[in-house]
Write a protein that binds this ligand. Structure first.
Ligand SMILES: [Cu+2]
Length: 434
């Protein structure tokens, strides 16, 4: 369990931070590609000044990756949510200007209910998640730069790593009849991460920006199990000591993210849901995909062959298709214990004071959780909330330190560019029917 802060100061675990590992980063594949989106032929518009993020150099991140793709953004540190990325733009080779993607992206809450019902925490607004930002040693940010973060009530902490990491093949293609010819590229990602300690746990919050336009965020839970909570002998724990001893209480980590899209410099995005229905008949199975515009606030439930996308209200790619980003949630253990954890994605109309998905601590803002903010408003400036849960039943291997467990989601570009942004020059004319 989480112990109180004073006690925690005395009992702080000495667990070293496990090296940031790649395992399990949820690079979920995109959904069905055969749906027919509504065309919105519009002229591309961009917010003035989008090319140069208006933040000082200390708060600016800019990285050019393989294929000439450049990501640019600003960052700041929210006193509850921690690292917040702002004004995120994407400029692949061949785009004359940076394409604005997100106004802001950050965590929205980490909700931790214990299986025996004794404890329930909201780590961001109820437990000082942001305050205990960890100092990163140079070896924890290989090849990168560790930025200094002004942490409220703490002062300066060298705690924000920006670096790059190889991700393997970006693509591979050997043309029919010419097996000796291979087009292939090795991709690279921009990685941005920080570690926040919450009692015995340490959370690594990672953002990943790929040369092909993909964005992913994952939270990795590591640190230690709480030894104060080895009392789960009521069938709700798992023995991690010798024989039948030290039953670590099971619990969940329900992580929320808050995404404010600003595609093509406009907040007036549209939201769409796609569902594919498979029917069996006498022949081969058939599949039909339907598109449902989400015009009002929605508490959405993920299921097979369902996905959502946020569509630009202001711009199209060079094929005349509206730009969009598809939300691809990673694996989740949806927790039905609270209404706010009972749905996988929320789209709410922007309201300045609706900042944290649960335990929203802004005075005078009405109901305190995201499920209640879904009340029928028309979506003019949608805010996307993604909820990914992990039911943690401890195992012997969780000692010591606990191996990192990742949970998160991917944002896949859909028609942001007219072709693969990494297309080699030889293939640049292969857009549509040859
Ligand atoms: Cu856990």
């Amino acid at each position: 369990m989480h112990v109180n802060r004073v006690r925690r100061a005395h009992k702080r675990a000495a667990a070293g931070l496990a090296a940031c590992v790649l395992l399990g980063a949820a690079m979920t594949a995109a959904g069905p590609a055969t749906a027919a989106p509504q065309q919105q032929p519009q002229t591309a518009q961009r917010a003035p000044g989008a090319a140069a993020p208006d933040c000082s150099p200390a708060y600016r991140i800019e990285q050019t990756l393989d294929g000439g793709t450049t990501w640019r953004m600003c960052w700041h540190y929210d006193k509850y949510a921690g690292v917040t990325l702002d004004k995120i733009t994407y400029q692949p080779k061949g785009e004359p200007k940076p394409i604005p993607v997100l106004n802001s992206a950050r965590l929205g809450q980490i909700h931790v209910p214990y299986d025996d019902g004794e404890f329930e925490y909201d780590d961001l607004t109820g437990y000082g998640f942001a305050e205990d930002l960890q100092t990163l040693k140079p070896g924890e940010c290989p090849g990168g730069t560790i930025k200094t973060v002004k942490v409220p009530r703490r002062g300066n902490v060298k705690g924000l790593c920006t670096t790059t990491r190889a991700r393997g093949h970006a693509y591979r293609m050997s043309p029919e009849g010419r097996p000796s010819k291979v087009w292939q590229a090795q991709g690279k990602d921009l990685l941005i991460y920080a570690v926040n300690k919450t009692s015995w746990y340490e959370y690594i919050t990672e953002w990943r920006f790929s040369s092909d336009g993909t964005i992913a965020s994952n939270v990795g839970a590591t640190g230690s199990l709480s030894p104060d909570d080895y009392d789960g002998t009521d069938g709700r724990g798992w023995p991690i000591g010798k024989g039948a001893s030290d039953y670590a209480e099971s619990h969940s980590h329900n992580v929320f993210w808050r995404l404010d899209f600003g595609l093509d410099g406009s907040t007036q995005s549209k939201v769409e849901q796609y569902d594919s229905q498979v029917t069996r008949g006498s022949g081969a199975p058939k599949t039909k995909t339907t598109r449902t515009p989400v015009t009002q606030e929605l508490a959405g439930d993920a299921k097979g062959m369902r996905w959502w996308r946020v569509v630009s209200g202001a711009g199209t790619n060079k094929d005349g298709h509206p730009r969009s980003y598809e939300i691809a949630p990673g694996h989740t253990d949806k927790h039905p214990g609270r209404e706010y954890t009972n749905h996988d994605v929320y789209f709410t109309q922007y309201k300045k004071c609706e900042k944290y998905a649960t335990h929203n601590n802004v005075p005078g803002c009405g109901p305190k959780s995201v499920d209640k903010w879904v009340n029928g408003q028309t979506l003019k400036h949608p805010i996307t909330w993604v909820n990914i849960g992990f039911h943690h039943i401890a195992r012997d291997e969780d000692q010591q330190p606990m191996p990192v467990h990742w949970q998160g989601f991917t944002l896949a570009p859909r028609d942001v560019t007219a072709m693969n942004p990494l297309t080699p020059d030889d293939l640049a004319d292969e857009n549509g029917r040859p």
